[in-house]
Design a binder for this molecule. Structure first.
Ligand code: NAD
Length: 495
């Protein structure tokens, strides 16, 4: 059994290397965001642990490739990964409870969104590899037949953030493993618990020892050691744009394949012919789901001037109704923020906008007054809407990553496109209009990786996902993930 209760009943996370759970020399405190109390201990790993994990992954890569081809019989990779999905699904409630406690998100959200998606990630990529085809071609003049084979890259280094911990890690693990790589994963030090418990699922599903390795700890230590390791030819990173600057520098120096999924400052553009009922309900969700701690959350709302006053009034009214509170309460919409430091940063961003002359709309009073006793030390805040804010204000330019969104008016299509594009990020956008020609036109002009029209967060894993500008490099999703986690080799045979 992997789980060990340590001192004072704390959950002890252990590294998973070469199929074994391994104790660490020192541990970091991991806080329950809804109480502010330490609830788990996470290994403070460094170079030595990363070296051991990469070594195990390298050894497994050699034998794993020959022992588990993707198509063959009961031991086929696709079948093992389908088993991962099945076993995980049978324990979904348990994982949802752990994720909610570790991250602060509402329990209903952890189970209906995060954990469902983990199941889907494994099932999707397990079966995807059965249908992926190689290319071939006969070149008439030279009488040569050419074909391609896709080969795994080797040991994949996977680094993931705290906002959707297992959801995002499994979006890397599932395709990396399906493609035949072995992996060393480094989840966020703030949310390591579900990744650790996932290792039990891998063992039970029959994933060979050394194929999946997890090293827990700080980014600057364990993460940096993984990125610079010479025997890790591929890095898949999801996290902040500032962190990515260091990663891309090191990865490029070592000529590694890398993919970066980074921050955003996503806009919703609402034209006056929009279906306002649907638009307001969806924009509340897109701004505040998961406490606004989703890279795809809306944080700038541009509303055409003739409907602006109505929109602000109705939108703010809905936001004021959102319940902040205990993540296990089914009525809670806004749970706890990830950490004390992050809460201070988000509140600081709101104060900064206010000092620059903006108006802040949120519930008044001390948020703790409406919290139950056991949540008094948690990292809670009221969701806030900022109006009367200039485009060049920090609140409109920088990612806040909390339950805060800015709402501003615009007049024309050309004007709003120019204003939306005038940020360093380019992750996603939303367009609201009943005029389909306009919706297509504006979608084409937005400098982002994904545009949703009259909806938000509708995802199909077959479609590419990723950002432009400072929001990242590369695409994840069906074909794109398998491209990333493989090398395509051309073989030319002269007949
Ligand atoms: P972060 O960049 O601080 O950390 C992400 C991961 O990188 C963590 O595991 C961390 O330990 C590790 N890390 C930190 N420094 C490192 C280093 N020098 N070398 C190697 N690894 C290092 O990000 P975060 O605060 O955990 O997550 C929030 C950010 O992630 C936000 O900016 C958000 O927009 C972004 N994000 C992007 C997407 C996307 O798909 N585009 C999805 C989710 C989150």
């Amino acid at each position: 059994m992997a789980v060990q209760a340590g001192q004072n009943g704390l959950l002890m996370v252990r590294n998973f290397i070469g199929g074994q759970f391994v104790d660490a020399n020192s541990y970091l405190d991991s806080f329950d965001p809804s109480t502010g109390e330490v609830w788990a201990k996470v290994p403070d790993s460094g170079q030595a642990e990363v070296d051991a994990a990469v070594d195990a992954a390298n050894k497994a890569f050699e034998s794993h490739l020959s022992s588990t081809p993707c198509h063959v019989g009961h031991g086929g990779r696709w079948r093992i990964h389908t088993r991962v999905a099945d076993i995980f699904e049978s324990r979904l409630d348990e994982f949802a409870a752990l994720e909610s406690r570790d991250q602060g998100k509402p329990l209903w959200l952890a189970s209906t969104v995060d954990m469902n998606r983990v199941v889907h990630n494994f099932r999707f990529f397990a079966t995807y590899i059965l249908h992926d085809v190689n290319r071939s071609r006969i070149q008439e003049p030279t009488g040569a037949v050419q074909y391609t084979v896709k080969e795994p890259v080797g040991v994949a280094g996977l680094i993931s953030p705290w906002n959707l911990p297992l959801y995002l890690l499994s979006f890397k693990l599932a395709p990396a493993l399906a493609a035949g790589n072995t992996v060393v994963a480094k989840p966020s030090e703030l949310t390591s618990v579900t990744a650790y418990r996932m290792c039990e699922v891998f063992i039970k599903a029959g994933i060979p020892a050394g194929v999946v390795n997890m090293v827990f700890g700080l980014g600057a230590k364990a993460g940096a050691s993984l990125v610079s390791h010479p025997q890790v030819p591929l890095i898949s990173f999801t996290g902040g744009t500032v962190t990515a600057e260091k990663i891309r520098y090191t990865a490029a120096q070592h000529c590694k394949k890398f993919s970066l999924e980074l921050g955003g400052k996503n806009a919703a553009v609402i034209f006056s012919d929009a279906d306002l009922d649907k638009c307001i309900a969806t924009t509340v969700r897109s701004s505040f789901l998961n406490q606004g701690e989703i890279c795809l959350c809306t944080s700038r709302v541009y509303v055409q001037r003739d409907i602006y006053p109505t929109f602000v009034e109705r939108f703010v009214k809905e936001v004021l109704k959102l319940k902040v509170g205990d993540p296990t309460d089914p009525d809670t919409f806004v749970g706890a923020l990830i950490s004390k430091e992050h809460l201070a940063k988000v509140l600081g961003a709101i104060r900064g906008a206010e000092q620059a002359g903006a108006t802040i709309h949120s519930q008044v009073g001390d948020v703790t007054e409406q919290l139950p006793e056991h949540c008094q030390g948690g990292y809670f805040m009221y969701p806030s809407v900022i109006t009367d804010v200039a485009d060049d204000c920090a609140a409109m330019q920088e990612e806040i990553f909390g339950p805060v969104t800015c709402v501003v008016p615009f007049d024309t299509e050309d004007e709003v496109v120019a204003r939306v594009n005038k940020v360093q990020y380019g992750l996603c956008g939303v367009v609201w209009s009943r005029d389909l020609s306009r919706a297509h036109r504006v979608s084409r002009r937005l400098q982002v990786g994904t545009v949703w029209v009259n909806c938000w967060l509708v995802r199909d894993l077959n479609m590419p996902f990723g950002g432009v500008k400072e929001s990242g490099v590369g695409r994840e999703g069906g074909h794109d993930s398998l491209e990333f986690y493989t090398h395509e080799k051309t073989i030319c045979v002269h007949l």
